[in-house]
Design a protein around this ligand. Sequence first.
Ligand code: ADP
Ligand code: ADP
Ligand code: MG
Length: 452
Amino acid sequence: MFKKILIANRGEIALRIIRTCKELGIKTVAVYSTADRESLHVRFADEAVCIGPPPSKDSYLNIPAIMSAVEVTAADAVHPGYGFLSENERFASICAEYGVKFIGPSPEAIAAMGDKATAKETARKAGVPVVPGSEGVLENLAQARRIASEVGYPVLLKATAGGGGKGMRVVWKPEDLEDAWNIARAEAKAAFGNDGLYLEKYIQNPRHIEVQVVGDQYGNVSHLSERDCTIQRRHQKLIEEAPSPVITPELREKIGEAAVKLAKFIRYESAGTVEFIFDQDTGEFYFMEMNTRIQVEHPVTEEIFFFDLIKEQIKVAAGVPVSGRHYFPHNLPLPRWAMEVRINAEDPYNDFRPSPGKVENFHKPGGHGVRVDSHLYAGYTIPPYYDSMVAKLIVADFSREEVINKMLRALDEFILEGPGLKTTIPILKEILQDENFRKGTYNTRFLETWRK
Ligand code: ADP
Ligand code: ADP
Ligand code: MG
């Protein structure tokens, strides 16, 4: 087992990783930017190293600074969390060159899934269903036009380097393709430095269903069933739950097997997530992308199985095999229901504008089945430089209805106040009370079409 893990991240996920390391008796090193000096991950780690000024590119994305922190502290492994360097093939290779274990998949597996058009081709070769569309990156507008008319409108233009919900454009009719093509390319170039686009059929009544997998160093891959992340704003997840209200035991078996098949095909080791789009009109599911890291919403899976995914991720990185073909008998009903809401420092009634600032009053909800993953405390100042997600509230119970009621109760207890500070709490409460949400009948456009 590792002796000392450096956590190349910040915020709630850094804290989350430190907690598991402590339970495993592993020493921890926090790294921080000057904006995060007063952060809890700095306080709770055994050692902490400042890696630069606030902008991510100078600190949490600064590979030389992080590698020198590894050297100075003699850490024998690095946990990248999510975002930042977690899906950076070069960083994973550099760790290997330094003889320090990158707690994640191999650089080759990251590369295989990094570029989305290539990932889709890989999935197709692995025999996993993919959304009808172009094979690989489009060469030109004429090709886009031809493929679009083959698969039928509406279609979606997607940036091959896209992520975080950005770099997608729906095209409803042939006349709009040229403009969309030009805009999407310019946007992709500006946001990701890569203007490669691919095209696929736009599914009009979809659920976002993803499967949690864990692979070990011996070629075994197991899955821990699905999460439903259909409640999104601009393709970014707001509420996630497990199991999915629309997945039957038969589908669970099929979609789980598809995820495992792909992970095995790329010799995936570590925790990862295979994302699918589920067409509610046809009952078909298709591969969308694979996230080669631990995800924000991993706690909902942890709560239904009472299973620490970060612990498993660290163990497989240290060479421990995954526990059997499956973690639980997939023909049995899932043991519990769990849901997570993302609490962001944003104004939900003003186009979700970021709202950083000082936290004056802070109170976490508690009680049966309630978990809060957050780095906040009273007196902490939310810096403007990073992601606006400041807390995850996760609840678990036996049924979806109990979970929704518990979530509403917990949100009522959640106090997060400061001068001018706005959060997504009020809109989350509204969504949880929505009739269609409670019935489970909606698609990824729930928020777009809400009250319109
Ligand atoms: P998950 O599937 O784990 O919910 P997200 O897509 O929400 O993942 O991404 C997790 C975090 O990673 C985001 O909160 C964001 O900070 C970061 N991230 C991922 N992709 C990008 C991107 N292309 N640009 C900027 N940030 C990104
Ligand atoms: P990202 O890397 O930004 O997470 P994804 O490919 O995972 O991008 O897509 C994000 C979201 O966009 C999905 O959860 C879904 O809501 C929507 N989406 C993606 N592909 C399609 C599609 N073909 N049809 C309809 N919606 C889609
Ligand atoms: Mg995605």
